[in-house]
Design a protein around this ligand. Structure first.
Ligand SMILES: [Zn+2]
Length: 294
């Protein structure tokens, strides 16, 4: 994916584009913003551009193909994991993951001139991890680029954040809310009309950010349907222009089913944070929602 296709974070994209276009690429970036704001999608797009043979995420070279399918040997994505002894325990980025990062970074890049490390939910570094990571940031090997995704600048020690170039991500605005509700409605209707194959087609290659957005969309859609059932004016809906369509859809639901559907979405959002496959989560939500609607 090219950075240019990320349209809802123009300031972040512009800053990164300038870095790629000749200004210095920093050793470390902190992508700061709420979960679901596109931090990880942007991090992957930026990483692809950094690794691309042409330097602009051409989408055609070997590096781009490998990066897009998460198979590039110089692109490392680190996510918090539960303790090995307890799969339901708290997900953290432990010292072992930081040691592995150090080990990989010390190796020469396998394909190009860079190694890129992305730490999702970097605020989940625990125990000795932040200190070890700070040591690493103080003297990163040449060609290393680290991207931290975190919710706020105070989510990691100040000594860590001060070594990163901060890139801010905005929470979704009203226009984007209308878009994700529209997407959720389209997904629901496609799955209802064409069955499971339509759902599988539309959720192919779904990443975590996209899955979060779709589940938020389902959640907001259910809220809109409740409002529509109560006869609320169109202006209260996420997308007033879709009022007629939402009213028609609302006719298929009862209030109780919508409240249950909202609970399903809320639960799915939590499971998704706990590292469950994004695609399965979205398919489960749509399946369970459809089972409730008439
Ligand atoms: Zn390329």
């Amino acid at each position: 994916m090219a950075l240019e296709t990320i349209r809802d974070q123009p300031r972040a994209v512009e800053l990164l584009r300038r870095a790629l276009g000749g200004e210095r690429v920093a050793h470390a970036y902190a992508f700061v913003g709420p979960a679901g704001s596109g931090r990880m999608t942007t991090a992957r797009a930026f990483a692809q551009a950094l690794l691309c043979e042409t330097g602009r995420a051409c989408g055609r070279c070997r590096a781009c193909t490998l990066a897009a399918s998460a198979q590039h040997p110089d692109l490392h994505v680190i996510v918090p994991t539960p303790p090995e002894s307890n799969p339901r325990g708290a997900r953290t980025i432990r010292i072992g993951a930081i040691r592995e990062l150090e080990r990989q970074a010390a190796l020469r890049p396998a394909l190009g001139g860079r190694r890129v490390f992305v730490l999702d939910e970097a605020e989940r570094m625990t125990g000795e991890s932040p200190q070890a990571f700070l040591k690493f940031l103080e003297e990163p090997p040449v060609g290393t680029v680290v991207i931290l995704a975190l919710p706020g600048v105070r989510a990691v020690p100040a000594t860590v954040i001060s070594r990163c170039q901060i890139v801010r991500f905005q929470a979704r605005g009203a226009g984007q809310t209308a878009t994700i509700v529209g997407e959720a409605l389209a997904l629901l209707q496609a799955a209802r009309g064409e069955g499971a194959p339509a759902l599988f087609r539309r959720t192919d290659r779904l990443d975590r950010d996209r899955a979060e957005a779709l589940i938020d969309g389902c959640w907001l859609l259910c809220r809109d349907l409740l409002l529509a059932r109560a006869g609320a004016p169109a202006v209260l809906l996420s997308d007033a222009e879709r009022a007629a369509e939402l009213t028609a859809e609302a006719g298929r639901w009862t209030d109780d089913d919508l409240l249950a559907a909202i609970a399903i979405c809320r639960q799915a959002r939590e499971t998704l944070i706990n590292n469950v496959t994004p695609r399965l989560t979205v398919e489960m939500v749509v399946g369970r929602l459809l089972a409730r609607a008439a």
